[in-house]
Design a binder for this molecule. Structure first.
Ligand code: OMD
Ligand code: FE2
Length: 456
């Protein structure tokens, strides 16, 4: 059965669960009855294993999938350097050695107005050409660290496919409903949802229901993790349920294209883009089984837990997914959200407190207002409070929250902000600091109106 052409992508089917060993067949009876690699696969398909971890990684963390496809992936022309069709300005950075070319590191508290590549570039760019790196740490070659990218594009990828050998992509749309076609099937990812597309998996990104995206442009943020994979955080004393529930993660059902047309496959490898040609669709997987599968998650399904007595809990309570380092409790990236919720704590300063964190905090606003900032942190905007740099509520927020009558209060119906929190110091790019032209030069002033209040 060839892939059904979804009209608005809202009618796609999914498999629910996190980290499951999924099985999906576009043609019933395709998967081998025994083992993974029979002498002859049903319908004359090719069996191919895609590994997400070393073969020898302990079973609990081992990830791989078997796909059964019309042609083996290896049937393609030689790799060549890829030149972006849209722009001559390379905005993708993957080497974050402090103060090396393309980098402008600073401990300064930073905030950006809603980001954009500029109207013309965004109109001409597709997802691959519309990537711009904001910050990062570490190195894809030794598989440790992360990069944070902005994306802005108005073109569908058409017969261009992309895979990343440097890391996994956690994609956070702000505007534009994404239809992500993957080797495993299709994912509809509108704003307020996220998608994770792991290292090595091919995908193409289109915009659906374009009239809902201002100017028809899709914009958002990506956390690219060079190490490991995202997992659900431990729940400890919270118990067996809560935060992001495993059953709410959705993976695609197998669907395939049987075509012999010309495709370009772009590969990000050591931060550089390469490409090859092939004369068949990369989305020709008729059936798959395994636990290395992309997924999406609806952020509004997050079960928000907070204080019902006193004090403001640390934001780790809002962790959706974590990509761990080798040090227990310490992450390459914690993906944290600030979703609509009730505040009821008594005798408590309720907004985020003043603090100095030994982690780096990159935040983005998806919709509405964020409760630590009365103004200036706009949907599509971002902030970075790097390792040890002091930050907290702006003067307006502090003054209001210190005097507020503490009734039960709903925060941010319709609002959604997120944080990529990392154990690594984040080096910002020249594009983020200079070329984007969106950095707020007077952000530091939001705290300057805080009066000395002590009566001592
Ligand atoms: O800085 C921020 O706004 C993020 C944040 C939120 C919070 O509720 C507590 C600590 C923290 O770093
Ligand atoms: Fe913070």
């Amino acid at each position: 059965m060839p892939a059904a052409k979804a009209t608005d992508a809202t009618d796609l089917a999914y498999l629910n669960g996190f980290g499951n060993h999924f099985e999906s067949e576009a043609v019933p009876g395709t998967l081998p009855k025994l083992g993974n690699a029979p002498q002859r696969v049903a319908h004359g398909l090719y069996a191919e294993q895609i590994s997400g971890t070393a073969f020898t990684v302990p079973r609990a963390k081992n990830q791989r999938s078997w796909v059964y496809r019309l042609r083996p992936s290896v049937q393609h022309s030689p790799f060549r350097p890829y030149a972006s069709a849209a722009s001559t300005t390379p905005r993708l950075v993957s080497s974050f050695h402090a103060f090396s070319p393309g980098i402008k590191a600073t401990p300064q508290q930073l905030r950006w107005d809603p980001l954009s590549l500029g109207e013309k570039d965004e109109r001409e760019a597709d997802f691959v050409d519309g990537l711009a790196t904001l910050a990062g740490a570490g190195d894809s070659q030794t598989k440790d660290g992360l990069a944070i990218h902005f994306y802005g594009f108005g073109r569908d990828m058409g017969r261009k496919s992309f895979y990343n050998s440097d890391g996994d992509f956690l994609i956070v749309p702000v505007t534009g409903e994404l239809l992500i076609t993957t080797e495993f099937g299709k994912l509809h990812v509108p704003p307020q949802h996220i998608a994770v597309i792991q290292r090595g998996l091919k995908f193409s990104v289109d915009i659906v229901n374009r009239e809902r995206a201002p100017g028809g442009i899709a914009r958002g943020f990506i956390c690219e993790t060079y190490k490991g994979h995202f997992e659900l955080p431990d729940l400890g004393p919270i118990g067996a349920n809560g935060l992001a529930n495993a059953k709410d993660f959705e993976s695609p059902v197998a669907s395939y294209e049987d075509t012999s047309d010309d495709w370009v496959v772009v590969n990000k490898f050591m931060g550089e883009l390469f490409a090859y040609e092939q004369r068949h669709s990369p989305y020709d997987v008729v059936a798959y089984s395994g636990n290395y599968v992309p997924y999406r998650y609806d952020l509004l399904k997050f079960n928000v837990i907070g204080s019902i007595s006193y004090d403001h809990p640390d934001p780790s309570i809002f962790t959706v997914l974590t990509c761990p380092t080798d040090s227990p409790g310490t992450a390459v990236c914690d993906f944290v959200i600030f979703a609509p919720r009730w505040l009821v704590a008594e005798d408590t300063f309720r907004p985020p407190y003043f603090h100095r964190n030994c982690m780096a905090e990159f935040m983005g606003n998806i919709a509405g207002t964020y409760d630590a900032k009365a103004t200036g942190f706009l949907p599509g905007g971002a902030s970075l409070h790097n390792m040890n740099s002091a930050h907290g509520p702006d003067a307006d927020t502090f003054n209001k929250a210190s005097a507020a009558e503490l009734r039960p209060q709903k925060v941010g119906d319709g609002s959604m902000a997120f944080m990529f929190e990392s154990a690594y110091q984040l080096a910002t790019t020249k594009w983020a600091i200079e070329e984007s032209d969106k950095l707020q030069q007077d952000y530091w002033k939001v705290w300057q109106g805080l009066e000395k209040q002590s009566d001592l």
